[in-house]
Design a protein around this ligand. Structure first.
Ligand code: HEC
Length: 249
């Protein structure tokens, strides 16, 4: 009886802690990224965007160009034309020329290597982070991010998305007395509309998802084959057992 009461108290305490945390998150909800790493066309586009817009600051030091070529169905000529602009060799990894010490001096924080970022942050976070930039004069770089307050990363895709400001409710609107995010307000349009921009971000996140674990498709396919084998083996083992034991009873 006592333990039931304790369990009840624990559940109530835990439940309200979770609720309190939700109340304090400023009304933000992660929208699902819906990435599909088996979509080769999306991966190819993502790789191209990554090289064009991200590799200047971020590296992906565990990714080799020739592995990319093989996994993304790109010939060496296509690789050179679309992905390798600066004379890399196919067996090179995706590093960049930025010295981390200089980078830290320029931005205050060195841009992290993005090889494993999808594993540490999750694809939903990345999708929302890249859609969460807004103009904020009080921030050092002139832009801020809903998901990483006062981030040192500038809004590198602003020409595509356009410029927006964010509207927050008056301080004190939520239980913790913090302003809550309400909506974005467009300042000037970008070259893409909202849907096209979301698609572009999804392609980038799909690519980041893939490089986080390049063999995830093989792993899943192998898992299905192993379970299939075990099921067939179960049948054989069962039939064998019946055969062996049939005279014993
Ligand atoms: C001009 C340099 C620059 C470019 C270009 C750039 N970033 Fe960044 N990025 C940064 C810096 C600096 C940080 C560190 C931000 C911080 O910790 O405040 C960062 C951080 C990040 C993070 C980590 C966020 C977190 O929660 O810690 C991700 C993810 C990221 N960048 C993705 C990208 C992607 C994807 C692109 C290409 C579309 C890109 N970045 C292009 C400078 C850049």
């Amino acid at each position: 009886m006592k333990s039931k009461a304790a369990l009840f108290v624990f559940c109530v305490a835990f439940g309200s802690a979770v609720l309190a945390q939700h109340a304090g998150d400023g009304g933000l909800h992660l929208e699902p990224a819906n990435t599909d790493v088996s979509d080769t066309a999306s991966l190819q586009r993502g790789a191209k965007y990554f090289v064009n817009y991200c590799l200047g600051c971020h590296s992906a030091q565990y990714v080799r160009y020739n592995r990319l070529g093989a996994d993304l169905d790109l010939t060496e000529a296509q690789l050179v034309e679309n992905i390798m602009f600066t004379g890399e060799r196919p067996f090179d990894t995706m590093t960049n020329a930025m010295n981390p010490v200089d980078a830290a001096r320029w931005f205050g924080v060195a841009p992290p290597d993005l090889s494993l970022i999808s594993r540490s942050r999750g694809t939903d976070y990345l999708y929302n982070f890249l859609r969460g930039f807004y103009k904020d004069e009080s921030a050092l770089s002139g832009t801020n991010n809903l998901w990483l307050a006062n981030t040192a990363m500038p809004h590198v895709l602003w020409e595509l998305q356009g410029i927006r400001t964010a509207v927050f409710s008056e301080p004190g609107a939520d239980a913790a007395g913090l302003p809550q995010f309400e909506h974005f307000e467009p300042v000037s349009p970008g070259t893409l509309n909202e849907e096209e921009y979301d698609e572009l971000v999804r392609d980038i996140v799909t690519f980041l998802d893939y490089i986080g674990e390049p063999m995830q498709l093989e792993r899943r396919a192998l898992g299905v084959r192993v379970i299939g084998f075990l099921l067939i083996f179960l049948l054989i083992a069962y039939m064998l057992k019946r055969e062996v034991w049939k005279d014993v009873h």
